[in-house]
Design a protein around this ligand. Structure first.
Ligand code: HEC
Ligand code: HEC
Ligand code: HEC
Length: 161
């Protein structure tokens, strides 16, 4: 083998090694997502029958909601949860953190949408979870999240607290 062929051979082997390593790494390292941009149409192509993509929410502080913001606020939530297991406030019916982290996110969301009338109800589904809680918390006079459209839909990437 001349030098170039050898290099190419090593690159190919290296590529395979990387491909093989990726799923292992992500399965081990997958914790609660910190920040999420919520754009179902763009991110979950496997969910058929969603409405036309008109809005999304950038820089949603996912982990802070789960670990901090929701503590003690069960009574303002549309879906039941507990301080020890906040996940089910926004992933209705979720059984455990472990199960949620292991599942395919699109399959989980799709099942939840089906329970409220299907993918076309995307806006209603999310407003029921996010906006309802913010409205009720605000009404109770406690520090809340945005209730106006732009407060959620006008956020720039990187604008999380
Ligand atoms: C305040 C709402 C809220 C809470 C609480 C919450 N999540 Fe989420 N989570 C979301 C939203 C919104 C998405 C993106 C849309 C979807 O997948 O439903 C998401 C997505 C996810 C995803 C998929 C991310 C990806 O890779 O696409 C996982 C995994 C997840 N959440 C796990 C959890 C776990 C575990 C908990 C509890 C510790 C939790 N979530 C609590 C709102 C929440
Ligand atoms: C059960 C109540 C509850 C639910 C459900 C909830 N939030 Fe919040 N959210 C809060 C509270 C309380 C705060 C204020 C926290 C603070 O500033 O101390 C907040 C703050 C925020 C903020 C501003 C602060 C920041 O970290 O960027 C945004 C944006 C936000 N929420 C978006 C959402 C979205 C999007 C969803 C649905 C996917 C959602 N929230 C679901 C209670 C909730
Ligand atoms: C507390 C946060 C929050 C507030 C406030 C809010 N929304 Fe939303 N909205 C969401 C989330 C989260 C989604 C789901 C986005 C996605 O999955 O692409 C959504 C979805 C939508 C959709 C459907 C998006 C699509 O692409 O099909 C529309 C339209 C919409 N919102 C309009 C509004 C309007 C108008 C207001 C003000 C009257 C408003 N929203 C206020 C969080 C919010």
């Amino acid at each position: 083998m001349d030098k170039n062929v050898n290099k190419r051979f090593l690159a190919v082997i290296g590529g395979f090694a990387l491909l093989a390593a990726v799923p292992v790494v992500s399965a081990q390292a997958r914790g609660i997502p910190q920040i999420i941009n919520i754009n179902t149409q763009a991110d979950m192509a496997s969910i058929k029958g969603l409405p036309k993509d008109r809005k999304h929410v950038n820089s949603f502080s996912h982990a802070r909601h789960a670990k901090d913001y929701l503590k003690g606020k069960e009574k303002y939530s549309t879906y039941p949860y507990s301080d020890a297991f906040t996940c089910s406030a926004c992933h209705p019916g979720a059984k455990s953190e472990k199960a949620l982290l292991a599942a395919d996110p699109a399959a989980t969301l799709s099942a939840s949408l089906d329970k409220v009338g299907g993918p076309r109800k995307l806006m209603k589904y999310f407003h029921n979870i996010c906006r309802q809680c913010h409205k009720k918390v605000k009404k109770a006079g406690i520090v809340s999240g945005p209730t106006n459209c732009n407060g959620c839909h006008g956020r720039k990437v990187g604008s999380e607290k």
